[in-house]
Ligand binder design. Structure first.
Ligand SMILES: [Fe+2]
Length: 170
């Protein structure tokens, strides 16, 4: 997983949850969760951009699918952010950078299949990261984070399937 510069700040380790998880592991997981959070925000915004700009004979279906997905992503960022807090760290403020996501550019005039494939690929990339962090959390006995990310993984994999199922070709 790509590592970002560490800007995660502890709250007060003595007063936080995560009992039974090594402090260093907690910091590492919180740091990785901040990357998951950033990726999730990026995916949320790009899903909305497709929701607004897509043009297709299946417009209504894609419009409704992407609305369901960005609504679920909005709920997910809250859950991820609150897990960072529960691990004893502030949520980093760099999420303001999501309007310049690191993914592939998304042309607002692209055809529907291209937009759907870009979103599917971005969901897959998020799923890869979620799986890696879930495995790291599991190894550190952070079962709560592992469980949360396993649930995210199921949503992301379902999104990949549904987005590709709306393509008219390939
Ligand atoms: Fe809308």
């Amino acid at each position: 997983m790509a590592k970002s510069a560490s800007n995660i700040a502890p709250i007060d380790a003595a007063k936080t949850a995560g009992a039974g998880i090594e402090p260093a592991a907690r910091a590492a997981i919180a740091e990785q969760l901040s990357v998951v959070l950033e990726d999730t925000y990026s995916l949320l915004i790009r899903t909305q951009i497709v929701h607004w700009n897509v043009r297709s004979r299946a417009f209504l279906s894609i419009h409704e699918l992407t609305e369901q997905q960005y609504t679920a992503l909005f709920a997910a960022v809250d859950v991820i952010a609150e897990r960072i807090l529960a691990l004893g760290f502030h949520v980093p403020s760099k999420q303001g950078s999501v309007l310049s996501p690191k993914g592939i550019s998304l042309d607002p005039k692209a055809d529907a299949d291209e937009m759907l494939e870009i979103l599917a690929a971005e969901n897959e990339a998020c799923a890869r990261t979620a799986r890696e962090v879930a495995e790291a959390a599991d190894e550190a006995d952070d079962l709560v984070t592992a469980d949360m990310l396993t649930a995210r993984l199921a949503e992301l994999e379902k999104a990949v399937w549904m987005l590709r199922a709306h393509k008219t070709q390939g």
